[in-house]
Design a protein around this ligand. Sequence first.
Ligand code: ZN
Length: 150
Amino acid sequence: MSSGEVRTHSAVHVIKGAVQKVIGAKWTASVYVSGRHGRLTVQFDRKPTDEEVARIEQAANGKVAEAAEVLEFEMERQEAEGHFGDAIYDLFPVPEGITLLRIVRIPDWNVNCCNESHVDNTSEIGKVRLGKPRFRNARRELEIEFDLAD
Ligand SMILES: [Zn+2]
């Protein structure tokens, strides 16, 4: 990842937290990052309203403005599961043989096991702009496209 993509990838964690808070979608199906553009695909059962999308964007930018710390640490898998439950997991499974997880945590916002690089502080991400999300009914997936403003 380039340093710009570290910001874009970190934005995925911030947007995940916002999506979970605003519409309750918890499970990530896939993540895509290229330059300042990204896409978060989550499991969901309907198309969100424009107002909900606006609230997700607002919540994400609120977290950026808060300059929240992005914590990264290693944890034994069993301990991490006991501590955070399945919140650390996405729909793509972590192989069973892996017993030590790298956890990325934005306190009170998002926790996920993730091996990518992240910013230290959400303020480094800058403003996030969401595109019009696409809902794939057959797959029950919501694709949320976004760009970093600068
Ligand atoms: Zn990550």
